[in-house]
Design a protein around this ligand. Structure first.
Ligand code: BTN
Length: 260
């Protein structure tokens, strides 16, 4: 099997057991799948848009997300919900738990770095950018997911040294199957979490490498240090610092790394 082949929509439809992705748009190139779904007027819940490449792929904290065309999964899932739904603030973490479960089929040792990076052998393999759009009492969550599937070289990203499923397993991986597994887990997680997110969050904690670590992080333009003690029920990271116990959400702190 080749490392790069056009996404096979028919094959995906045969493999997909989930409601998510029943409506799937596949594009050769988009600026960003998140931006595309955000602008879409007739978006239905569970709709997915996928691009073979992005010209302005977005990562968290204003960073860019680059890709090698046709090798990876770059897609966004739109979920229309009501603003009171309990899982909304937890959506990035629940998504990470679901993707971890799906990708553990290929690499059982895959871990989560708070809030929603997926690491194989400590190297970033997938990332999630969750955005929201409100209209009246309805909220649309746009869950943008980038998974390094078959890319094996990452020029310009030597400092990050990303990983991919193909690098980790030593062979090409079928993108259609990965997407079907990921959407299946996302649907399972979100339908459970709608009533009670606690069991999924317990599993998240179990696979999160950040908890119980001494870490360094950037907050308000300064470097701080502390021990990541736990994940609060609303998904914030609880850190014991010299100034006491502080809690942050994923957009408040940056550049989290292990302190020696
Ligand atoms: C991160 O780890 O910084 C988040 C990366 C999210 C990348 C995905 S690729 C598909 C979707 N469209 C985007 O522009 N970004 C997300």
């Amino acid at each position: 099997m080749r490392y790069s082949a056009a996404f096979n929509l028919e094959l995906f439809q045969q493999l997909n057991r989930s409601e998510y992705g029943r409506r799937l748009g596949v594009f050769d190139s988009l600026d960003s799948t998140n931006d595309f779904l955000k602008k879409k007027e007739d978006l239905t819940s569970g709709e997915v848009v996928l691009a073979e490449t992005q010209t302005a792929g977005k990562g968290r904290s204003g960073r860019a997300w680059s890709d090698e065309k046709g090798h990876n999964l770059l897609f966004s899932l739109g979920l229309v919900t009501d603003t009171a739904t309990r899982f909304v603030p937890l959506a990035p973490l629940l998504s990470a738990a679901a993707i971890r479960d799906a990708l553990s089929y290929y690499c059982p040792e895959i871990k989560i770095k708070w809030p929603n990076d997926l690491l194989i052998s400590g190297r970033k393999t997938a990332g999630i950018l969750t955005e929201a759009k409100t209209s009246g009492t309805h909220l649309t969550l746009i869950i943008g997911i980038g998974i390094n599937v078959n890319q094996t070289r990452f020029p310009g990203l030597e400092d990050i040294n990303p990983n991919s499923l193909a690098l980790a397993t030593g062979k090409p991986v079928q993108r259609e199957e990965v997407l079907a597994r990921v959407l299946g887990e996302l649907q399972a997680v979100f339908s459970k979490a709608r009533w009670n997110p606690d069991p999924v969050m317990a599993r998240y904690r179990q696979h999160c490498v950040t908890v119980a670590q001494r870490i360094r992080f950037e907050w308000n333009g300064e470097t701080h240090e502390g021990v990541a003690e736990d994940i609060a029920p609303d998904g914030r990271l609880r850190i014991r610092t010299e100034a006491g116990i502080l809690e942050f959400n994923g957009s408040e702190i940056n550049h989290i790394r292990t302190a020696e």
